[in-house]
Design a protein around this ligand. Structure first.
Ligand code: PLP
Length: 401
């Protein structure tokens, strides 16, 4: 068996090189991923995995999506960077497309989810002349200082205080608490349609639509953060489109450009005009990301991936709900954004899925197993995931060791 030691040396060498220089802020798994295709990933030792991490939401289109890869390659040969002091053909097209699919009229292009939320916070202050924000408990909006101020989790916030003043956090799905918190000083209410990092917790229609009514009544802007739920993940192009919601500001990123870094703040023209020079970023609206995004959105539409997420996600969730395990507290989600809340910590079970079944999934908080497979995943792969989850959750970890 000469191949085994040689192969594991590859992983070890990559791990050692990264460990020598990486910042250390990420908890890493002992796995070096070197290749992907659709919903499958391969490690440096040639082992194949079914991917339900989905680039933490950036891989809705599947890994190495051929349409996105082709668009990136063609644009890379044409023009990669072009600051917004000039007009650009690809940027013009992607701005038009993003506005068309969101129903909003204006867009600021940036490079990540946190940056989109930073923009939203600044724009909301400018548009309303107010300083305060209401966000939610278990909400996650990113790690930069403004986005972090909207994020709830203490362990992300506390080491970096003081954060931006003026943020209140209220329980999610609690309309009374929101009603009490929003005042005539509130610039914006920032909400996820499904709380992702906070444990895959869908907002109810009554809550989300009620939140919009409260915002309208008090003159606060409704800021919907669809960084994780956008681009087909929950069964619609955007999750808020399932409800009677017209956000004032919509923040998107992750799968917007088929896996390339990009974000966007979309907003309604009824908010008014932003004065020149109040915001900006060097890489925002670069032609490479714009071309990738155009190809990604086209692919989502042509291959009906939102509908696919709805069908596959409904079936996946039903199958998971049938698993009879005393470890499961609840199975919940929307489309192909699915969580299994356990009565114990999720990590040992995620590790067992990886080691024993070659299936990659991620946690959401301490006790939730989260599944964000690429929307191109085959239904047979999802069936395999169900069998594997059933196996690990019907053999409590303590019994295995
Ligand atoms: N908003 C939501 C809802 C997210 O899920 C995330 C990332 O997980 C972010 C914002 C931050 O995005 P990024 O990591 O691209 O900064």
């Amino acid at each position: 068996m000469p191949s085994q030691p040689v192969l594991s040396t590859k992983t070890t060498a990559i791990q050692e090189m990264e460990n020598a220089h990486t910042s250390g802020v990420y908890t890493k798994r002992p796995l070096a991923i070197v290749r992907g295709e659709g919903a499958h990933l391969w490690d440096a030792d040639g082992r194949e995995y079914i991917d339900c991490v989905g680039g933490q939401g950036a891989a809705n289109l599947g890994h190495a999506n051929p349409a996105v890869a082709e668009a990136i390659a063609a644009q890379a040969r044409t023009l990669i960077s072009c600051p917004e002091m000039f007009y650009n053909d690809r940027r013009a097209e992607v701005e038009q497309k993003l506005c068309q699919i969101s129903g909003l009229e204006r867009v600021f292009l940036c490079n990540s989810g946190a940056e989109a939320n930073e923009g939203a916070i600044k724009f909301a202050r400018l548009f309303t002349g107010r300083k305060e924000f209401v966000a939610t408990m278990r909400g996650f909006h990113g790690r930069t200082m403004g986005a972090l101020s909207a994020t709830w989790e203490k362990k992300y916030r506390e080491p970096f205080e003081p954060l931006v003043p003026g943020f209140k956090h209220v329980p999610y799905n609690d309309l009374e608490a929101l009603d009490a918190a929003v005042t005539d000083q509130t610039a914006g209410v920032i909400l996820e349609v499904v709380q992702g990092e906070g444990g895959v917790r869908p907002g109810s229609a009554a809550y989300l639509e009620g939140a919009q009514a409260i915002c309208r009544k008090r003159g606060a802007l409704l800021i919907i953060d669809e960084v994780q739920t956008g681009f087909g993940r929950t069964g619609r192009m955007f999750a808020h489109q399932r409800y009677n919601l017209q956000p004032d500001i919509l923040c998107v990123a992750k799968s917007i450009a088929g896996g390339l870094p990009m974000g966007a703040v979309l907003y309604s023209s009824r908010l008014g005009e932003l004065p020149p020079q109040v915001h900006g970023t060097t890489f925002g609206g670069n032609p490479l990301a714009a071309a990738a995004s155009l190809a990604a959105i086209q692919y989502l539409e042509d291959h009906h991936l939102p509908e696919r997420a709805e069908t596959l996600g409904t079936r996946f969730m039903e199958q998971l709900q049938e698993i009879n395990s005393p470890l499961i507290r609840e199975v919940r989600g929307l489309g192909l954004m699915v969580g299994i809340e356990l009565k114990q910590k999720a990590t040992p079970y995620l590790m067992a899925l990886m080691a024993q079944h070659a299936i990659l999934a991620l946690p959401a908080g301490l006790t939730v197993m989260r599944f964000l497979p690429p929307l191109v995943i085959a239904s047979q792969d999802l069936d395999q995931v169900v069998l594997a989850v059933r196996d690990v959750l019907t053999h409590p970890i303590a019994e295995r060791e």
